[in-house]
Write a protein that binds this ligand. Structure first.
Ligand SMILES: Nc1ncnc2c1ncn2[C@@H]1O[C@H](COP(=O)(O)OP(=O)(O)OP(=O)(O)O)[C@@H](O)[C@H]1O
Length: 264
């Protein structure tokens, strides 16, 4: 059976002021895929995600989510979406239960359901003792876990994750990777943006590489390996973005740090 197209970008371009960030992007994402969306700093990854979420509304081209043009479909589609933002805004003065009640409420969830799910999910992340503690005292990883729960508590069909694991310890990372895997095998679709190449390599069943505003590679990790004759995703990334200067740049950096004042 043909899998449903969940997300479709057609000739999507975006400029900020005079500078073009995305150049005619075409991408169809199918149900159950875990897309690893990668690219150099400033390539336009967050911009793409924000457009799909409706947070950036002016762009050229068309974006369809669940088969509907987001410029015409109103906000209803957002109830089926979850999002972990890169720099998670989280209400410091609230406790996790208050914060998740607020988020769940926005998604139209029943309050009793929110509380039950919050308690159970917080317990699985070993955060049951801080359900009623203000988030302002939390570590980075603890905040990320709350944000992750907030993105998923309403059981969305499509999940956008922007660097969601950078603060998690190795054990928690394994849990989240496994959660994503199980969600995808149940038909959820995941759009995952990250710079941690070994995680993307393991987690994604399709990798999309964005460079200079265009998609320069799109396939499974194995397909990308064959295409570029490289071993790891980090090496593939270096090759496809035409980067081979890390030693040279590092040497200059160290030299300036050591001798900069003498060169002035
Ligand atoms: N609101 C904005 N106004 C002007 N320029 C912007 C704006 N948002 C993004 N840009 C520019 O668009 C480009 C792409 O930014 P974006 O945040 O999408 O990159 P990214 O691929 O997510 O990068 P990173 O890996 O560093 O997170 C950058 O050059 C950035 O300066």
């Amino acid at each position: 059976m043909e899998k449903e197209v969940i997300l479709s970008l057609k000739n999507v371009s975006k400029s900020f002021g005079g500078s073009r960030v995305l150049e005619s992007i075409n991408l169809d994402v199918y149900q159950g895929q875990i897309i690893g969306y990668i690219g150099p700093n400033g390539a336009g990854k967050s911009t793409t995600v924000k457009m799909m979420l409706g947070l950036i509304s002016s762009f050229h081209g068309d974006i369809e989510i669940f088969g509907e043009d987001i410029k015409k479909s109103g906000v209803a589609y957002k109830k089926r979406i979850g999002y972990v933002p890169e720099n998670g805004e989280i209400y410091d003065s609230l406790t996790p239960l208050e914060y998740l009640s607020f988020v769940g409420g926005l998604y139209g969830m029943d309050q009793h359901d929110i509380t039950t799910k919050t308690m159970a999910l917080m317990r699985l992340f070993e955060l049951e003792n801080v359900v009623h503690t203000r988030i302002s005292s939390f570590s980075k990883g603890m905040r990320q876990k709350v944000l992750f729960i907030a993105s998923i508590i309403h059981n969305p069909d499509l999940l956008f994750l922007d660097e969601p694991l950078s603060g998690l310890d190795a054990n928690s990372m394994m849990i989240v990777k496994e959660i994503l895997d199980q969600l995808a095998s149940e038909g959820k679709t995941i759009f995952y943006s990250s710079h941690i190449m070994d995680v993307v390599e393991k987690i994604s069943n399709r990798i999309v590489l964005l460079a200079d505003g265009q998609i320069v590679a799109d396939g499974t990790f194995e397909q990308l390996q064959q295409q570029s004759q490289e071993g790891s995703l980090e090496e593939i990334f270096n090759q496809l973005t035409g980067f081979d200067k890390h030693q040279e740049i590092a040497s200059s950096f160290v030299s300036i740090v050591k001798n900069g004042d003498r060169n002035e």
